[in-house]
Ligand binder design. Structure first.
Ligand SMILES: O=C(O)CCC(=O)C(=O)O
Length: 407
């Protein structure tokens, strides 16, 4: 374990004078002084308990700032202070013979910085979390067999798979040229399922995503999870869990799917770059106006059968790629918005009030008149959802999809 500290020190600046602590005047001098004391302790020989205590004071102070007002208005400087607090805490936890629990706590601290903080010192917390993860024994070992059996048991009941009539099914096309996609789908904003364009993704070939694989790459990582059957429900909430806890509680749970959890996340691939290496941005995104890949938002959607994304629309073009399992998708054109009864509130104005597969015909009489298209996405399929097209999604079994939002 002394080796661990040597490896951590190697990624930190060699001494206090090279350790940057620059902040705008948004950060009060008293907080800056605390940060400087933490830095002094990092390179001095104070007791570890004192180091932890001071790091925690910084975390508590900045946490309060992060949770005051709306997230949009939180000053980035406070997110940087929070990241420094996390960095000092990780250093204190790992300094002297850290126990396995202390290492797990350090991983969680890095994740909190990656989720809530802002990048500091060339994204040092991303480097540290990778290093710490390599110290943790693979928890998937020995459980493989149980998980394979559990995954095999997730057979689809035929009644759960909707029968789709030809006249409403989304058309399919195999590896169209850029020009053909642009002319036939992008410009007229026509949905289509692209086949054969993800066959080379490691997630579908050399490193096929499975419960065991996700546990081995990301089991100890803390991520936000949505709890509840749909985000429009009263009881819906969000919580933080490790990927391993999420799998145990919501994917392999034996409660017959009574409680639903959805790992639906914009940040997952930035937080865990190992997973991003398993997927590729579809070439067709180059037809957008955004100049580079950083303009594309990549989202993860991982959950058990039965998770529902209510009918909603987004302000960007979307490629929804299915990697594991299958999903039922229903699409409506933005031209039919008046038949879809969007919520009145500002927050949910992009979401319909109608439960697509069980509509209340008295409250929403026009809904039945809205024309739609539908499909079942299976591994390898990529659905093009044109900008502002309304989409409703229900997973038919354990499912992992990746969506790319681009303009
Ligand atoms: O797969 C899902 O549950 C929802 C996907 C979605 O809404 C999106 O990619 O915008």
């Amino acid at each position: 374990m002394a080796e661990l500290w040597a490896r951590i020190s190697a990624v930190l600046p060699p001494d206090e004078t090279h350790f940057p602590l620059q902040f705008s005047d948004k950060v009060e001098p008293s907080v800056l002084e605390l940060l400087r004391r933490c830095r002094r302790q990092l390179y001095g020989d104070s007791a570890n308990s004192g180091r932890l205590l001071l790091a925690q004071v910084i975390l508590d102070l900045s946490w309060e700032k992060l949770n005051t007002g709306t997230w949009r208005h939180v000053d980035k400087e406070w997110r940087r202070v929070y990241s420094y607090g996390c960095l000092f805490k990780v250093a204190a936890l790992c300094r002297q013979e850290p126990s396995p629990d202390a290492i797990l706590q350090a991983v969680r601290t890095c994740d909190m910085a990656l989720l809530m903080g802002a990048a500091i010192m060339d994204n040092v917390l991303q480097v540290l979390v990778k290093l710490l993860q390599s110290e943790i024994k693979d928890p998937a070992k020995g459980e493989d067999e149980a998980e394979c059996t559990a995954a095999k048991k997730l057979k689809l009941e035929p009644s759960q798979v909707p029968v789709i009539a030809d006249n409403v099914s989304v058309p399919r096309v195999t590896c169209p040229s850029l020009e053909s996609f642009r002319t036939n789908h992008l410009l007229p904003l026509r949905p289509v399922i692209l086949e054969g364009i993800t066959a080379h993704w490691p997630a579908l070939s050399q490193r096929p995503w499975s419960i065991e694989y996700l546990r081995s790459v990301a089991g100890c990582r803390t991520v936000p999870v949505e709890v509840g059957s749909r985000y429009t429900d009263e009881e819906w909430s969000q919580t933080l869990l490790t990927v391993g806890e999420f799998i145990d509680r919501y994917i392999l749970s034996k409660d017959g799917g009574k409680s639903l959890g959805y790992l639906a996340q914009h940040q997952l691939f930035d937080q865990i770059p190992e997973l991003k290496e398993d997927i590729c941005i579809p070439d067709y995104c180059c037809l957008g106006e955004g100049g580079d890949d950083d303009d594309i938002t990549v989202n993860a959607w991982f959950g058990p059968g039965g998770t529902v994304s209510p009918l909603h629309q987004d302000p960007q073009q979307n490629f929804l790629a299915q990697v594991v399992g299958s999903k039922y998708v229903r699409l409506y054109s933005p031209e039919d918005t008046d038949k879809l009864y969007p919520h009145q509130s500002q927050l949910l104005h992009n979401t319909s009030q109608v439960e697509v597969e069980n509509p209340d015909e008295l409250r929403f009489p026009e809904f039945a008149k809205a024309p739609y298209q539908e499909c079942v996405l299976r591994p390898g399929d990529v659905l093009f959802i044109p900008v502002r097209h309304w989409h409703y999604v229900r997973s038919l079994e354990l499912s992992f999809s990746v969506s790319f939002w681009w303009s």
